[in-house]
Ligand binder design. Structure first.
Ligand code: KDG
Ligand code: MG
Length: 396
């Protein structure tokens, strides 16, 4: 079997997605991968079209590991989000082909189910604590058990956003560590008093704190029994998690900005994190994520894969296939897609009583309607910029 053609499709049904179709010399046998990197979509599309696709023609798509090693090591320049997202796009498409060829869903190729569904945690953002509470109650009514509670903290807007609008690709959002550190514990106190101890709660710090601030926050949230506190510190300073660990037993989830397994190794071997949260589409696909999951299992850590709305449903399906197969699954971040995305992506993803599932369709079980995709051309789009009270740039 040979790879005969690789097409990169950039489409914007509500938001930008980069998907890769790997075709083979067997009639009707092809795979779809996801190579979406929010705000840098065309860099990945170009890496695939100009540099990676031409190298893969005539190779055997069955040899996933060999192609992975060839693309990672063979080009000398390796790693980073652009190249690892491009590699993930190819990797997911190859797993899709392998599953279709075998007539089996990818989770079966990964060892088969270890569970009947993957517990989802849903985003319950709100402008204030009452709106977060209402959103959690609404999600509970749909059967969800776990919730990511994010709340707007509006103090400290010293410069108006319109003053800054000319500088940034999108109008800036505001954030100050002092207001955040003061208000967040009260917000979680409110949620626990209002909702009781049953809801499983997660909070994402988005790498915005320095080490001692992160340690203080972890300590002050301990009583609210979060499933995990996500990305408390900058990815450049992950060794500072030691400081946080000295002050708190709050479980830590981390990793959506990491791009290889070696970055996870010290975090796991030193027991600095409890949940691996890499993004399957930014870290080289199922092949790399599965290896990290095995490392995590070795150190008794769990996996809670990044599942933001900025990757296509193909990566979300791949997450669920892996979640169903690995023994150390923890929770799966779940998001909703823009309505138009359903015209382009036909998935077998379902959610029942808060548990995600895929069908038994061979491969990843996602079909892309190329005609529909062509109706939604790329539109430049970026994350908002996060700025402090003095208008200086802060971590998103
Ligand atoms: O593109 C950035 C998003 O993926 C990120 O802001 C989402 O932190 C995120 C999460 O945990 O979903
Ligand atoms: Mg996050």
């Amino acid at each position: 079997m040979k790879i005969t053609r690789i097409q990169v499709v950039v489409t914007c049904p509500g938001r930008n997605y980069v998907v890769v179709k790997v075709e083979t010399d067997q009639a009707g046998l092809y795979g779809w991968g996801d190579a979406t990197l929010n705000g840098r979509e065309l860099a990945v599309a170009s890496a695939l079209t100009e540099h990676i696709a031409p190298l893969l023609i005539n190779r055997d798509p069955d040899r996933i590991e060999d192609i992975w090693q060839y693309l990672y090591k063979g080009a000398y320049w390796r790693g980073g989000p652009v190249l690892m997202t491009a590699l993930a796009g190819i990797d997911l498409a190859l797993w899709d082909i392998k599953g279709k060829r075998a007539g089996l869903p990818v989770y079966s190729l990964l060892g088969g189910r270890t569970r009947e569904g993957a517990m989802a945690y849903v985003h319950c953002d709100g402008a204030d604590r009452h709106e977060v509470e209402d959103n959690i109650r609404a999600a509970q009514a749909k059967g969800f058990k776990a919730f990511r509670a994010q709340v707007g903290i509006k103090r400290w807007e010293h410069f108006s956003s319109s003053d800054l609008a000319d500088w940034d690709a999108t109008s800036p959002e505001r954030w100050e560590p002092y207001a955040y550190l003061q208000e967040l514990p009260d917000i979680f106190e409110h949620l626990r008093v209002a909702l009781g101890s049953e809801p499983l709660l997660v909070h994402d710090v988005h790498h915005r704190l320095n080490p001692i601030q992160a340690a203080r926050l972890a300590k002050s949230l301990e009583a609210y029994e979060l499933v995990f506190l996500e990305d408390p510190i900058h990815p450049e300073h992950v060794e500072s998690l030691r400081l946080l660990r000295q002050h708190s037993t709050i479980p830590v989830g981390l990793g959506e900005l990491l791009t290889n397994r070696w970055q996870f190794l010290p975090l796991l071997s030193e027991q600095l994190i409890d949940f691996v949260r890499c993004d399957i589409a930014h870290i080289g696909g199922i092949t790399e994520t599965r290896k990290i999951a095995i490392l995590a299992e070795t150190y008794n850590a769990q996996v809670a894969l990044h599942g933001a709305p900025d990757t296509a449903p193909i990566a979300h399906a791949a997450n669920i296939h892996l979640d169903l197969a690995i023994p150390n699954f923890g929770a799966q971040e779940m998001c909703s897609f823009p309505e138009e995305a359903a015209d382009v992506f036909h998935t077998g993803i379902s959610v029942k009583d808060g548990y995600l599932n895929v069908t038994d369709a061979p491969g990843l079980g996602v079909e892309v309607d190329e005609t529909a995709a062509a109706r939604f051309p790329y539109q430049a789009g970026y994350l908002p910029t996060m700025r402090r009270a003095d208008a200086s740039v802060h971590d998103w």
